[in-house]
Design a protein around this ligand. Structure first.
Ligand code: GTP
Ligand code: MG
Length: 242
């Protein structure tokens, strides 16, 4: 199996060993472990896998800036155009979206679909629609000290929407990004770790406008999603030959 590009560069494709038990009981075990877990959409007929990664967080936190920067570094032949619908003041009205081709995984053509939700409280229904079928999340927090409560509100809003879909916030692949570290009055990282990162997930400081911490964050969420995908494929097919 070839897995160059992002997956190989990040060193993230690791097939867990098969335990030899029947697929059905392994599926049940995973369901027990993760609750109702989200799962990349796998089309066995066309042998395609789509993994959906969604950037969430408070308005003006830097979701669109992250997505624009990631889109900018992916070679043209591996991505679709970035679609963003903004107001004049740069705030996302609908959602940001592009898709990116990865190498084949276990003979399946694999794509990552990258979305950024509108952070403003008013657009909750759009946010919720975008979260449907999510496989991995990046929570982009705004380090501006005056926005700590907005970050916390946004996280509560996210938890509520995941719950409405029956997804388990405590196990869904997730990384946090503490953006805008270039500002003068900022929430200390230790405080974010306490009030935002209660799950103890991987977290990254970033200055998205300077492209700092953006790729690291993206790699981390892709790694989480691919690891979950690996577990899912292993349950269904036994061990994956590399
Ligand atoms: N100082 C500073 N400004 C940033 C940083 N990242 C983004 N910004 C600015 O913050 C503003 C909002 O950034 P966006 O990326 O549009 O934020 P968003 O999270 O997509 O906002 P919504 O679409 O409203 O949810 C823009 O003016 C960005 O240039 C950063 O690291 N530091
Ligand atoms: Mg935006």
């Amino acid at each position: 199996m070839a897995h160059s590009g992002l997956s190989r560069a990040a060193g993230i494709f690791v097939a867990p060993p098969s335990d030899g038990s029947p697929a059905r009981s392994r599926n049940n075990e995973t369901a027990q472990r993760y609750g109702k877990f989200t799962m990349p959409s796998i089309n066995y007929r066309t042998r395609e896998i789509n993994c959906k990664v969604v950037y969430v967080g408070p308005s003006l936190g830097g979701k669109t800036t992250n997505i624009q920067n990631i889109h900018g570094i992916i070679p043209d032949q591996n991505k679709t155009a970035l679609s963003s619908i903004d107001t004049e003041g740069d705030r996302t009205l609908f959602f940001d979206y592009f898709s990116m081709d990865l190498d084949d995984i276990a003979g399946f053509k694999t794509k990552f679909l990258i979305y950024g939700v509108p952070g403003q409280p008013y657009y909750r229904s759009t946010r919720k629609m975008v979260l449907n079928g999510v496989d991995g999340l990046v929570f982009v927090a705004d380090s501006d000290k005056s926005r700590l409560q907005d970050n916390m509100d946004s996280l509560e809003d996210l938890k509520g929407m995941l719950k409405d879909y029956g997804y388990d916030y405590s196990t869904i692949p997730l990384v946090y990004q503490y953006n805008k570290r270039d500002l003068f009055f900022i929430t200390p990282t230790e405080e974010f770790e306490e009030v935002i990162n209660e799950r103890g997930c991987r977290s990254f400081e970033a200055v998205a406008i300077q492209n700092k911490g953006v790729v690291e964050t993206f790699r981390a969420v892709c790694a989480e999603v691919i690891q979950r995908l690996n577990e899912t494929l292993t349950q269904q097919f036994g061990s994956i030959r590399q």
